[in-house]
Structure formats: C-alpha cells, structure tokens
Write a protein that binds this ligand. Sequence first.
Ligand SMILES: [Zn+2]
Length: 295
Amino acid sequence: MPDSPIHAVLLYGPEGSGKTTLADLISQSWLCKTPSEGGACGACQACQAFSRARCADYQRIVPVGPSNWIKSSAIYPVPNDDDHRCVPVTQYFRTAPLGSRNKVVAFEDADRMNASAANALLKTLEEPPRYARLVLTTRHLGRILPTIQSRCLGVLCEMPSAEQIDRMLPDLSEAHRTFAHRSPAIASVMRANPEAFGPLLDFAALLPGRPRTHALTATEEFLTHAARVEKAMNAGARFANTKALEILGEALAVRTALGAARTQAVVEAHRRIVGNGNPSVVLDGLFSAILAESP
Ligand SMILES: [Zn+2]
C-alpha cells in the first residue's frame, strides 16, 4: 500500500481464512522503503529486518494469560504492570520509525480487548501520527466497537474453496489436503514440518487398534507430539494442544470408522482444553473413551 492514506485495516473472517498471512503482507508493505503496487520489495533494510523478526518499527500484540485478554498495558502505560512483552501503543507511536517507512502495530484477535483498552486504541485511531499504521484481525467482527470499525478499512477474509487450495498448494498429500480445508495455513506448516506432524498422524492411524491399557501412555505420547507441533507452529502450549487435537480428530475420522461417540469425545476434549482444562486430565479421559472398546 504505497503512500495510501489508510492508517488502519481490520481483517475479519473465520480461522484459516488467511488473516494472519494477509496482515503480515500489509505490515511489510507499510514498513518497506521501496514498495510497489505489488507490495513490499523484499530486499530493503526494512523488509529484511521484518522477515528476520527483528524490526524495531513493528510490534505484534496478542492476547495473553489464562483469560486470553489483550492487556490494557499493551495500549497505554499502566503503573505497576511489569509486563514488558511490548511497548504500550500510545508510547510506541510517540517516536518516528527508525529504519522503515512507517511504524506498524498488528493486533491478533483484536476482539480480546477490554473497554478501557479499546477506548484508548480508539483515540490513536482518531488522531494517528502520520507514520502510524495498524492492522487488526478478528474472527468476531461483532465484538469490535463500531467506532473502531468505522475508522478502519474492513476486509472480509473468506475460506478458500477446494479449487483455490489446489492452486495455492498444488502438491499437497492426501492427508494434508484434508486439513487444508480447515486451514491452508496449518496445511502449509504441516507440509514444511513433516518431522513434527508425521508422528502425530501415525499415532492417530494406530490409536484405534491399541489395547485399552494404553490409555495413559497415549496421553504422554500425544503430549510429546503436541510439543513438536508447538515448536513447529511457534505457538503456546494450549494452542498447540488444541491444534494437535483437531488434527487427531480429523485423522481419526478420515482413516478409521470412528463412531459418533468417539468423535464426540474428541470434540468435548477440545472444548475443555480451550476452556482452560488440565490437558493431562482431559486427555486421559479422552484416550480411555477412545480405547474403551479395544481388547
Ligand atoms: Zn522493502
């Protein structure tokens, strides 16, 4: 977006619709010193710093903690909050960019902001310094303040069709194609990290044939696979556990005649882990249920 008067973009759509990828492309084109109509140049100092994740003019803000909120201290300085993961946005935008064309702040799950944080962000959106740029992503547009929506360029991200996925990722294996329909982003990560995802798929394939007594070892094995997924996706443990469970659930459904009760058990385990349940306890229950009918 060279010399565009747009200061803020709000990307909304379901998980897997490419919001994060698009947010990165927009961020880089705003940072890039010599962008063209096609986006960032990929070669300038700003582009190189961005691709090495060492760009001082770019900040990414994500929800944190057990309650999964974007803290007020991410937007404005809060006394006695010693979380130094990022500089508060209001403070960050007080100084001009160091080596890039603009300064960019990207928000993931922007709906996870409390009212005081959202209102403080609104002030920045109303009168941004000329070099300030913001990219917000959300799966829940209805939870974003209308006043914030009205100050952003809204872009709907839709799930790609099967044909579009084939064009984007032409050489996908059958297993990865299954997951790509849920999320092309995850399919790409899976394809790039076979050492992390292959063992999980093998685990899923063999699981239904294992004896009932394996339920507890299955939990340990699953957590080992999930830890590899965590590393490959560069994500937190809870996120990796839920992604690994989704992959397990789909693999079980595709490769085995998984009964409705077992499918329901995977869905229920997923719900409990997302809702902060203890992964070991939840998984012990899940694998006991899946292996209950085994010899
Ligand atoms: Zn560049």
